[in-house]
Design a protein around this ligand. Structure first.
Ligand code: NAD
Ligand code: ATP
Length: 497
């Protein structure tokens, strides 16, 4: 960092000096001198050049000085804005204190109180609860912007907020849900215990039909013959008919447990895994959560999936594909156990995109953007939110195209629009085969000439939100990934003048 100081070596100009090269404006005195120097400089007329270098140097300094002044002005307006927020906060706090006082001695202030209460009826309970908790928990001397945004509301502000709330997406039950499918992570004692408890509660208190996987039914019956009423399926044909029966799916596990279910009914994911990025419901509160879900309405996130086809070079035409595979997170094409670079030719709607030479390529959904793609340097993308009963309101739809360790200085991850079809081909001259895996599973070898075709699947997977799509996403990136976590800079120390 540089400070500005009077030049002692002639010409009456100003020169840069490295006052504290390691930590910049640490000395308030030097900052003061710098700003003073800036003011003086701005008042000077430009140097009548004795030589070109001086003129150029002086012009450069004037530019720097102007930039510094603009920064100082910016700071002043930020300070004014903060003062205004603080003022509104104090006003609201005062008003709430008055209301609380009246609540404690209502006979004294009954009339005023009722009037005030009616005025505040829309947001009163939220505000007073918040204010109490806030002063206890977070903001003793600080201002919580979240709080202030509410208390600073004017009539038109609150209308705007109401409109925004109304745009929140929810799913309403047309008739009471009758049947629930519970999918559980295998080989976990806590999941097994919770599952038995949940099945009992759903049957006795909610009178629901309950489906579980054949493995889980076996486990339940080992525990007690009481669970005889629990239903399951025998074969793939019965699985394919499940969607006609099941109203809601509950998953007990981690993020991977969401990927395994295929019915298309809304999923309520309870967190019994390690990270829990996509599983916002806490198992401890399962009764309250399910109570509210079964009553509806449910705020939902629609998670788009990618539909992947492998077309073998040996196939006689493109229609002859293997069974399509749906992925919620991503399809990965990598080098597998081969030690050679993968060489993958990529096309987007038949236009050549690039040839990936590296460890491989990830084609990810926006839900998967926080999984493998993130680890390979791709962006985190807020997934798409839609409603069942309204037209789609799309936020950030797309397909992420993220290379894995590309051996190139200029390859960067891309986000392609959701409507494209991507083809990835292992070229005939490739030294080795590649491997495709789907949500981290089901590896398939791709030999030279084989192609993987990938596009957005028409039907998304609805998952229930704890609060709403945005709130859950932000909660997950903060709590799950500790995104942008840094110790807060201390208040003491040098200040801008
Ligand atoms: N280097 C990596 O980060 C890496 C490598 C292989 C696979 N994976 C991911 O693992 C996924 C499979 O998950 P799994 O649970 O079946 O296997 P797993 O148990 O091996 O999970 C890997 C981790 O990824 C997390 N995860 C999964 N989906 C996520 C999502 N959408 N957002 C944030 N985190 C997510 C899981 O919570 C888990 O901690 C694959 O789809 C792939 O994305 C990541
Ligand atoms: N019902 C199920 N049937 C078959 N496999 C399942 C089932 N539920 C989960 N799995 C698989 O078991 C593995 C681990 O499950 P899951 O991701 O739910 O738990 P976790 O790894 O402990 O949690 P997290 O993913 O949050 O770290 C995943 O690969 C997942 O696909």
């Amino acid at each position: 960092m540089f400070g500005l100081s009077e030049d002692s070596c002639g010409n009456g100009n100003v020169s840069f000096c490295c006052s504290q090269p390691d930590n910049g404006f640490n000395d308030p005195l030097s900052l003061f001198h710098s700003e003073k120097a800036v003011q003086e400089l701005l008042q000077q007329t430009p140097v009548q050049g004795t030589d070109d270098q001086h003129v150029e140097f002086s012009e450069a300094l004037r530019t720097v000085a102007k930039a510094l002044r603009r920064a100082a002005e910016g700071k002043a307006s930020a300070q004014a804005e903060a003062a205004e927020w603080k003022r509104r906060y104090e006003l609201e706090r005062e008003r709430n204190q008055r209301l609380q006082l009246k609540e404690h001695s209502p006979e004294e202030h009954n009339d005023d109180f009722n009037e005030e209460r009616t005025k505040n009826s829309t947001n009163q309970s939220m505000l007073s609860n918040h204010t109490n908790k806030q002063s206890e928990n977070c903001c003793i001397n600080e201002i919580c912007s979240h709080e202030i945004l509410q208390d600073g509301e004017t009539d038109s502000d609150s209308k705007m907020i109401q409109n925004r709330m109304m745009r929140k997406i929810s799913l309403k039950w047309e008739s009471n849900p009758q049947t629930v499918l519970i999918m559980t992570k295998p080989n976990s004692t806590s999941v097994r215990i919770l599952c038995a408890d949940m099945v009992r509660w759903l049957k006795e208190h909610k009178r629901l039909n309950i489906y579980v996987e054949p493995r889980v039914r076996g486990e339940l019956l080992t525990e007690s013959s009481y669970f005889n009423f629990v239903q399951t399926w025998k074969d793939d044909k019965e699985i394919s008919l499940l969607h006609t029966e099941v109203d809601v799916v509950v998953t007990l596990g981690g993020d991977g447990s969401i990927n395994v279910q295929r019915t298309g009914s809304p999923i309520v994911p309870f967190s019994l895994g390690s990270l829990g990025f996509m599983t916002p419901f806490y198992s401890q509160h399962y009764r309250d959560s399910l109570d509210s879900i079964l009553r509806g309405p449910i705020s939902i996130t629609l998670r788009h999936r990618l539909q992947c086809h492998v077309i073998r070079d040996a196939a006689t035409n493109e229609i002859e594909t293997e069974e399509p595979i749906l992925v919620l997170n991503e399809v990965t094409i990598d080098r597998g156990i081969s030690s050679f670079l993968t060489n993958l030719e990529c096309y987007c709607d038949n236009s050549f995109v690039t040839c990936v030479q590296g460890d491989g390529l990830i084609l990810s959904t926006t839900s998967g953007s926080t999984a493998y793609s993130l680890a390979a340097g791709g962006s985190m993308v807020h997934r798409r939110k839609l409603s069942y009963d309204r037209l789609a309101c799309s936020l950030v739809p797309g397909i992420l195209f993220t290379p894995i360790c590309p051996h190139s200085l200029s390859f960067r991850p891309l986000i392609l629009p959701e409507h494209v079809t991507i083809r990835v081909q292992v070229p005939f001259n490739s030294r080795s085969p590649a491997w495709a895996s789907f949500d981290g599973k089901d590896r398939k070898q791709l030999t030279p000439g084989d192609v993987l075709v990938c596009s957005m699947a028409p039907w998304p997977v609805p998952t229930a939100c704890q609060v709403d799509s945005t709130n859950d996403f932000l909660h997950s990136i903060h709590e799950g990934l500790h995104w942008n976590l840094r110790k807060t800079q201390s208040f003491d120390g040098p200040l801008d003048q």
